[in-house]
Design a protein around this ligand. Structure first.
Ligand SMILES: Cc1cc2nc3c(=O)[nH]c(=O)nc-3n(C[C@H](O)[C@H](O)[C@H](O)COP(=O)(O)OP(=O)(O)OC[C@H]3O[C@@H](n4cnc5c(N)ncnc54)[C@H](O)[C@@H]3O)c2cc1C
Length: 388
């Protein structure tokens, strides 16, 4: 098994170069002031094909796999995790891809591949986070339209996206033994820079993941053409959870990228900072921290490549995907925290990127399924499910 083929090395190197020249300086300037990712940067990412990596060639994409997707995400995240997250807003929205009809694919994917049609994903609600099946937002059929009514929480990019994929309940009543049934997915199109018609919202104050905003949304009879339902009616839960293996590998890639950023910055700082008449990089306490950080990153990367390889081979690997999501994100929190420690007081200022990596690493343990949910998936695979 050779993961780093010549072609992949080129993809990785090019993403690295773009990150260091373009993403990192923008992140260092905008993140401390909570600025938005500039549209020109998004256009440059589109030029490089970053929104089309997973889209099949027949729909204008690069037709590559999870390995290339995660390699690019890792490099982008070394600069700014929010930018690495953005590529998931194209790429067929991963999970949705296989549920689109041929007509929908022809309509949406080429534009998505060109970065002209980027989406947000609205699954979570105030009382439906880990427990996704608890969704109460509802869609009711009215002639050739559906009308969505209800509240959503945590919708990142809701304002700047060209569409929002909303998961809402369409089944007549909730079956307490199978609450995941009766959910459907809708492509809610909207003008860029605004929320959809009949939808109000407010931004959620976050402690990181800047560069874009995350929203609480209230839909009130928001009309969606019936042709904009994605996948089969009542099977939206499966759409929301399809592609989770790739999504979790992508989260691991983001965690590895920002940990790598913290390591590289710490190496520079350890050589430059002098105390007691010598560089702090000469103290064994600091050297051993750096050695452990590098080892943890390398182990996570190896596991990520292994999971990506399984995804690209079409093998089911939900347990392994949960493992890499758990392992890499827990690693990222530790590594960025150690990086901050190496920076001393300077690490606790917004003058150094390590604090951004630390704040963003914290989030990787929460979204795309919390660490505890990954542990639950893994332990279920080891021991069998506990009856509910
Ligand atoms: C910055 C940010 C951006 C986000 N962006 C989006 C987005 O764009 N679209 C979207 O749909 N969602 C988004 N989310 C939502 C995210 O996916 C949820 O926050 C996440 O799934 C956790 O849900 P929760 O916050 O409701 O936590 P809860 O589910 O309430 O969990 C609280 C705690 O209980 C634990 N817990 C819950 N259930 C179990 C269990 N069965 N076993 C053991 N422990 C358990 C959790 O691990 C956690 O520690 C975003 C979240 C954040 C913070």
């Amino acid at each position: 098994m050779q993961i780093l083929t010549e072609e992949r090395k080129l993809i990785k190197e090019s993403a690295r170069e773009f990150t260091m020249k373009r993403v990192l300086p923008i992140a260092n300037k905008l993140d401390p002031e909570k600025g938005m990712i500039p549209r020109e940067l998004i256009d440059e990412m589109a030029e490089l094909g970053y929104f089309s990596i997973l889209i099949p060639e027949e729909y204008g994409g690069l037709g590559l796999g999870a390995t290339e997707y995660c390699m690019v995400a890792e490099e982008l995240s070394r600069g700014w995790m929010s930018v690495a997250s953005l590529i998931a807003r194209g790429n067929g929205l991963i999970g949705a891809l296989k549920h689109l009809t041929h007509e929908q694919k022809k309509e949406y994917l080429p534009r998505m591949a060109r970065g002209e049609y980027l989406g947000a994903f609205s699954l979570s609600e105030a009382n439906a986070g880990s427990d996704v099946a608890n969704i109460t937002c509802r869609a009711v059929r009215n002639g050739d339209h559906w009308e969505i009514t209800g509240s959503k929480y945590w919708c990142t990019f809701a304002d700047q996206a060209d569409f929002i994929v909303v998961i809402a309940r369409t089944g007549p009543k909730v079956d307490p033994k199978a609450r995941h049934k009766g959910l459907s997915a809708f492509m809610v199109e909207k003008p860029r820079g605004q929320l959809p018609e009949n939808c109000k919202g407010s931004t959620i104050p976050k402690i990181g993941y800047f560069g874009w905003t995350t929203w609480e949304l209230a839909f009130d009879k928001c009309r969606v053409p019936a042709t904009h339902m994605i996948g089969e009616e009542g099977r939206g839960f499966y759409l929301a959870t399809a592609g989770l293996e790739t999504a979790r590998a992508h989260t691991a890639a983001r965690a590895i990228g920002l940990a790598q950023g913290a390591l590289e910055d710490s190496l520079v700082y350890a050589k430059e900072r002098n105390q007691f008449g010598r560089s702090i990089g000469e103290f064994q306490a600091i050297r051993f921290k750096l050695a452990t950080m590098a080892t943890q990153i390398e182990a996570s990367r190896a596991l990520m490549y292994s999971v990506c390889e399984q995804i690209d081979q079409g093998q089911r690997c939900d347990t392994q995907a949960a493992m890499v999501k758990l392992f890499a994100t827990e690693m990222a929190e530790q590594v960025t925290s150690e990086g901050l420690q190496i920076h001393g007081g300077a690490g606790y200022t917004t003058h150094f990127a390590v604090e951004r990596h630390w704040r963003d690493a914290r989030l990787t343990k929460i979204f795309e399924g919390t660490s505890e949910i990954q542990q639950r998936i893994i332990s279920d695979a080891l021991l069998g499910k506990v009856p509910q």
